[in-house]
Ligand binder design. Structure first.
Ligand code: FAD
Length: 235
């Protein structure tokens, strides 16, 4: 994530269950991005430490022609550096970011996928699903996908993808509930050769990864990234 860039907010859209879709114009529009990758972003330029200044957010989508980059932000607490930044956003707000970069990134070509996460994973999950749709349109396989997302209010939750994908919404807010209920929702059998992407709360991510390995998914076919966990700031 070496290249410093600047974004200018062009639109803010509520997308359900505390999620905010932020579209921004990138000053340097020449980004290299693959579905799943995130940016590091300055949420408080006056913060006294790196942990106060920077947070990571996944790129929901990137349109090279329009030079726009989208994010899906979780309102989990209005009194954290990230929360204050989200509440401060308005059309025209500018911000500094580095990237995108990092893992996991979508690897197309499998016949079966399992995507698991919580609200912080919605940008990654929806970008990957759009990536699978685009791949199928250009001759790739049309895979089956199990999508499992934990969220406080499933009735209000939205998966903002180009095509509709069946989704198992798990009702959970605390880290313990997210982990326990996500594990219950996991499929008992997973098709051979499946690829999995697991992001979100750290203890859930680890437990889900272990459960998938037990069910026969190859370790190298599971992409993971911890997004948050109780008591840790700015993962
Ligand atoms: C690679 C990467 C990609 C990410 N992508 C996204 C994304 O696309 N959208 C998104 O919304 N978030 C995303 N996150 C998660 C986001 O960076 C964290 O939630 C971050 O902690 C938010 O910063 P904060 O200042 O609000 O809270 P912090 O100051 O970092 O944390 C304060 C307290 O709040 C708790 N906390 C943090 N996040 C949550 C949460 N989501 N739910 C409940 N409690 C929480 C912490 O454990 C801590 O106890 C990503 C994280 C990483 C590492």
């Amino acid at each position: 994530m070496a290249v410093k860039n600047e974004g200018s907010v062009t639109a803010l859209t509520e997308v359900g269950d505390g999620m905010l879709l932020v579209s921004a114009e990138a000053r340097n529009p020449d980004l290299l991005w693959e579905p799943g990758q995130a940016v590091a972003l300055v949420v408080d330029p006056d913060g006294s430490s790196l942990k106060d200044r920077w947070r990571h957010y996944t790129v929901r989508g990137y349109d090279r022609k329009k030079a726009t980059i989208d994010f899906l932000l979780t309102r989990h607490d209005p009194d954290t550096p990230g929360g204050r930044w989200i509440e401060s956003l308005a059309v025209g707000t500018t911000f500094t970011f580095m990237g995108p970069g990092g893992n996991p990134v979508l690897r197309t070509g499998a016949d079966h996928y399992v995507l698991v996460g919580d609200r912080t994973s919605l940008a990654s999950v929806s970008a990957m699903l759009d990536g699978l749709s685009a791949d199928a349109q250009t001759g790739g396989p049309s895979p089956t996908v199990e999508v499992i997302v934990a969220t406080p209010d499933p009735e209000a939750a939205v998966l903002p993808t180009v095509n509709a994908w069946p989704t198992t919404w798990v009702r959970a807010s605390s880290a313990d509930d997210i982990r326990q209920r996500t594990l219950v929702a996991l499929p008992q059998t997973v098709a051979p050769g499946a690829r999995a992407y697991v992001t979100g709360e750290m203890t859930t991510m680890r437990a889900v990864r272990d459960a998938l390995i037990e069910r026969g998914v190859a370790k190298r076919s599971i992409g993971t990234h911890a997004h948050w966990t109780p008591g840790r700031r700015g993962l």
